[in-house]
Ligand binder design. Structure first.
Ligand SMILES: [Zn+2]
Length: 296
């Protein structure tokens, strides 16, 4: 793992128009980035000071002079508490290893977990945004794995806590997550699981439904998951299978839940507003586990 002192500058307008709009993204000098062992598409940790630090995806490499310049849009800089340019440390280490959950929570840190026997190819349940990033989702992935223990089920999750907002500082969108930056994910990414299911949380007042079922898995499987969850939430919350053009659909081939499956097209992504998570998180996980129990 390696770090370097970076100068966080404004993204160039107009040539970095796309970067300007993507607050989880940054650009960096290719050769300087390689000194830290990182490449285009990887995640890095940027630390401005003891209170402001978070994760970014390097979405562009370009030649910089001096070569320690890292560029972000305004939204990207504001994730670390300022719209100004600033000095920071770029760190190749994304999750902190060897921290217990309680220590990570107390320190406002980000950790990665994998329960896996190293060889089975059944199901992997994941929660890339656990802890306080999207609360309850990590417990749901863990619950699916424990309900199906003995059947060949793994659980991968990341958990983040941050005194100034876990989502704001730690969230990396599922289509960007790169296994090179997540050592435990890297152990499982090439396995080719028959099934993968991802638990997420979302908030969007423009979306009328409370729970969205997406991913590239066949409709029949998503229909089974939908019915199982409806059996739990009853008339309290609505469940909807996303269509290809809809937001939070999880149907991008680059989405980590799809990439974990053999052939890349059997992931199921479950997006939940906070209401159903607070009221039914374990019961939803149990219902999902039951669907896969009959498949495995
Ligand atoms: Zn999420």
């Amino acid at each position: 793992m390696a770090t370097y002192e970076a100068s966080i500058n404004k993204a160039l307008d107009p040539e970095q128009a796309e970067l300007i709009d993507r607050k989880e993204h940054c650009s960096a000098d290719r050769e300087k980035l390689e000194t830290a062992g990182r490449l285009l598409g990887h995640q890095v940790r940027i630390k401005r000071n003891d209170n402001e630090y978070g994760l970014y995806t390097v979405s562009e490499v370009r030649q910089e002079n001096p070569d320690n310049i890292v560029r972000m849009g305004k939204g990207g800089r504001e994730r670390l508490g300022t719209s100004d340019e600033f000095d920071a440390t770029l760190d190749s280490q994304v999750p902190r290893p060897a921290l217990a959950d309680s220590d990570a929570e107390a320190q406002g840190e980000f950790v990665e977990r994998l329960d896996d026997n190293g060889w089975h190819t059944g199901l992997i349940a994941i929660a890339p945004h656990g802890g306080d990033i999207e609360p309850h989702t990590d417990q749901q992935a863990e619950r699916v794995a424990s309900q199906l223990a003995g059947k060949g089920v793994s659980a991968w999750r990341c958990k983040g806590w941050h005194p100034r907002g876990a989502f704001k500082h730690w969230h990396i969108t599922s289509t960007d997550i790169h296994e090179a930056s997540f050592p435990l994910l890297n152990l499982a990414i090439s396995r080719g699981f028959r099934y993968a299911v991802a638990f997420h949380g979302f908030e969007d007042p423009d979306i009328e439904h409370d729970i969205l079922i997406g991913g590239l898995a066949p409709d029949a499987l998503k229909e089974n998951v939908k019915e199982a969850i409806e059996g739990v939430v009853g008339s309290d919350f609505t469940v909807h299978i996303t269509k290809p053009d809809e937001q939070f659909g999880g149907d991008d081939r680059r989405n980590i839940v799809n990439r974990l499956t053999a052939g890349g097209a059997n992931g199921v992504q479950i997006e939940q507003k906070i209401g159903p998570r607070e009221k039914y998180a374990p019961a939803i996980a149990d219902a999902v586990a039951k669907v896969y129990a009959s498949e495995l």
